[in-house]
Design a binder for this molecule. Structure first.
Ligand code: ADP
Length: 192
């Protein structure tokens, strides 16, 4: 099962991903986590993308696509995977389709977590408190930039996947369990 999570920063993708990983036994492929690990380890990719992450901008499509293509070749992805944070542009979505077609695979569902914009900043403030600001891009200024980038570059994926017939919108304003239940209802239908 190949599932994509779509939603603005703070929508709860990470929280819900943990639930899906456990329930469906597929790995979570978070490009944000991969980049943060690369920055921490000071790999060549990490050195290249650090400033981009800190500014709240997007890493270039070719770097991200190469990273994902390599990752989905690994054994733990054989039965599917959950993409969290990728694709983030229409170019990336097209690159993903091309990668999957080569492997005779296709996306099964795109889950869009819908959250009121006003709630996102509140969630960020809470996360900064809880994590002590562990993420260098979790400050209000960069967060606002990430929201803008989402609206400009990532939101166009909503009509893109709607057209493919894969888009499933979920109300992300409920409590964690309610959102998980909605996601479960969608995934249990498409599970093969
Ligand atoms: P968020 O919590 O804002 O959804 P992520 O953890 O998914 O953030 O990503 C953090 C940062 O990593 C992004 O702001 C961006 O700089 C970079 N990044 C992650 N995924 C991608 C992607 N698919 N394309 C471009 N940049 C990405």
């Amino acid at each position: 099962m190949i599932v994509i999570f779509l939603g603005p920063p703070g929508a709860g993708k990470g929280t819900q991903a943990a639930h899906i990983v456990e329930t469906y036994k597929i790995p979570q492929l978070s490009t944000g986590d991969m980049f943060r690990a690369a920055v921490k380890d000071e790999t060549p990719v990490g050195l290249k993308v650090k400033a981009v992450l800190d500014a709240g901008d997007l890493v270039s499509d070719d770097i991200v696509a190469a990273l994902v293509e390599e990752r989905i070749e690994q054994d733990d992805c054989a039965d599917g995977f959950l993409l969290d944070g990728f694709p983030r542009t229409v170019v990336q979505a097209e690159a993903l389709d091309a990668m999957l077609t080569k492997k005779e695979l296709a996306v099964d569902a795109v889950i869009e977590l819908r959250v009121d914009e006003g709630a996102l900043l509140d969630r960020l403030r809470k996360r900064i408190k809880e994590t002590g600001g562990a993420r260098s891009d979790d400050n209000e200024e960069t967060f606002k930039k990430r929201l803008e980038v989402y609206a400009d570059q990532t939101a166009p994926l909503i009509p893109f996947y709607e057209k493919q017939g894969n888009l499933k919108a979920v109300d992300g304003m409920g409590d964690v369990e309610a959102v998980s239940a909605e996601i479960d209802a969608i995934l249990s239908e498409i599970r093969r």
